[in-house]
Design a protein around this ligand. Sequence first.
Ligand code: T5A
Length: 234
Amino acid sequence: MLSLLPLSVLHFSNAPSLHPLSMRGKFITFEGPEGSGKTTQAGLLVTRLQEAGGEVLYAREPGGTPAGEAIREMLQRDTAGEPICPETEVLLFAASRAQLVRHVILPALEAGRHVVCDRFADSTTAYQGYGRGFPIEQMLTINDFAINGAQPDITLLLDVEVETGFQRIEKRHRNTSSTWDRIEREARVFHEKVRNGYLELARRWPSRFVIIDARGNPETVSDEIWSKVRDVLD
Ligand code: T5A
């Protein structure tokens, strides 16, 4: 859900400019289980980065390009007209990502913009790898092919109990009359595996991942995120 951000997935605050490699923008990704507050926090971070004088681009996954948004519809809303098999699901997420990286993320970073991405490759490892049970190393190989070297400088893992996340989503569905999407409808045990998978990934790459306790109010969580992101900007 894009609650705090304009419908457009692109967030250019100024005209494009070219920078040497040393001036590349920072690539910041948000990860976490359903309802952990990624979209809320991504919006708050974009504002803080802009207030600090940065040019920032916001993107989300799946989606963020015309092709990616079409894939998103298929994945979220079952628009394919047939059940999506798990292998196809992996490849569709990867296809959306490959397009986003090449058409949006890498050009923005090379132009000196920071990129804030609402989910990225770790989502595939967590959901399709740990959640669905595909071999983790296979997921990592597919991710590497899709991301073309675009590794995040920092990954903010918003960690919250599955139950808490679902209470938030439930409330949002009640307030906005929206409906549960295909992956939200998965059993709680699937979402527990996803959460634990994320924590495993954070143990595997401690220099890239930062675990954020996402149970607090949005302002407290945002302050903690900002203190971690500032370390990367310096
Ligand atoms: N997926 C995605 C895969 O399976 N594999 C992949 O490779 C990729 C990329 C994407 C789905 O696709 C799956 C994962 C997902 O199931 P999505 O619609 O983009 O679907 O869903 P999510 O990314 O999960 O986004 P959500 O909107 O569901 O959750 P967020 O972004 O974590 O939470 P947010 O900020 O929208 O907040 C949810 C609600 O909680 C409130 C908000 O106001 C909102 O109503 N809230 C808080 N309430 C209390 N305290 C706080 N601190 C709060 N922060 C937010």
